[in-house]
Design a protein around this ligand. Structure first.
Ligand SMILES: Nc1ncnc2c1ncn2[C@@H]1O[C@H](COP(=O)(O)OP(=O)(O)OP(=O)(O)O)[C@@H](O)[C@H]1O
Length: 334
């Protein structure tokens, strides 16, 4: 796998997310259920993704990565903020618009075992979006198009006649990618697409996604919970913690000179293939738990785990601040 550069490509964003917040109603609690519970899943998140770019979105479980991706795709309602696709606002797109947008924006799921209907043949799984959007006229056209898609993702032409159980995890993820490509999208939210796969298979799927990106100019929001997975595919990386983005930078800045202590902790957990380097490396830990999303603290959400916490952090929510060209970080102390 090789690293990615975007030199010479358009700087105009394909996806532009501005001050996005997503709150979920979590029912009621307290005496007579008087207290309304709200999950603060994503708060004040901003980033953009350029044509042909991969933005890696990394953070621990529950940090709001999937919710961010799903909000862009119109699958969860936006509480505040704005989302633009190709310069047009899509923040509160209705059902029909979301359906229309699904031609351009697709989702690849995390679990290739759960995301494919075991009772459907691969041909029907891959052809489903084509049929829903009325893009194929007859059975012959379906078979031809599905064979083309399967070939694109490196599956044999006869794969269409089989059921998901006949395939390995990596092959099923290829089927998921073929289905996502059926409508010729420009943007794919890949929600932990390799997390459920064996380490040996991960690189193959990542390579495939890079090849498809080079071939079709696709943009990806590539979600993962550790920095090892996104390293080779991402042009830029955003680090998410408890619903906020705490650092966003070009890939090399995240790996070579991370600013935020949480990024540094995530990075120190990535194994280095060179044993002496691995032994010499200091493991940075941030003991403690992320805040309760039902009751996040005022001020910085990382305050309870931050080694550099000051009084200001308890009062003021940090904004992403430009630290150096191409790098934004939400912490001014570190
Ligand atoms: N539909 C929902 N209703 C209520 N709470 C939700 C809903 N979807 C997500 N959440 C909550 O929002 C928060 C963010 O969840 P999200 O799935 O976006 O995180 P994540 O970073 O993708 O985690 P994971 O890696 O485990 O998928 C969590 O506290 C989660 O429980």
């Amino acid at each position: 796998m090789t690293g990615q550069t975007l030199e010479g490509r358009s700087e105009l964003p394909l996806v532009d997310v501005r001050n996005l917040s997503v709150l979920f109603d979590a029912g009621r609690a307290g005496f007579w259920g008087r207290k309304r519970l709200t999950v603060h899943a994503v708060e004040n998140v901003s980033f953009n993704i350029r044509p042909g770019e991969t933005l890696g979105l990394v953070g621990e479980s529950g940090s709001g990565k999937s919710t961010t991706g799903r909000a862009i795709l119109g699958r969860v309602p936006v509480s505040q903020g704005h989302i633009y696709f190709q310069g047009k606002e899509i923040t509160h797109a209705g059902k029909n618009r979301v359906r229309e947008l699904s031609r351009d924006m697709q989702l690849v799921f995390q679990d290739p075992y759960a995301s494919l209907n075991p009772r459907m043949k691969i041909i029907d799984i891959v052809a489903e979006p084509l049929r829903v959007h009325g893009m194929v006229k007859n059975t012959k056209a379906v078979a031809k198009e599905v064979a083309r898609l399967l070939e694109l993702v490196g599956l044999p032409p006869d794969a269409g006649a089989r059921y998901p159980h006949a395939f390995s995890g990596g092959q099923r993820q290829r089927v998921g990618i073929a289905r996502a490509l059926a409508l010729k999208p420009r943007f794919i939210v890949a929600d932990e697409p390799v997390s459920a796969l064996d380490v040996s298979i991960r690189a193959q799927v990542v390579n495939l996604m890079q090849d498809l990106q080079a071939q079709f100019g696709l943009s990806y929001l590539f979600i993962a919970h550790d920095l090892a997975v996104v390293r080779h595919i991402s042009h830029r990386i955003a680090i998410m913690y408890a619903g906020n983005i705490v650092e966003l930078a070009e890939r090399h800045l995240i790996y070579d000179s991370p600013v935020h202590p949480y990024t540094r902790a995530l990075l120190s957990a990535v194994p280095v293939p060179d044993p002496p380097v691995q032994r010499a490396r200091q493991r940075i830990t941030c003991p403690g738990e992320p805040p309760n999303p039902l009751n996040p603290p005022s001020g910085c959400r990382f305050q309870s785990r931050c080694p550099y916490v000051t009084g200001t952090c308890r009062e003021k929510s940090p904004d992403l601040t430009r630290r150096r060209p191409g790098q934004m970080a939400a912490c001014w102390n570190c």
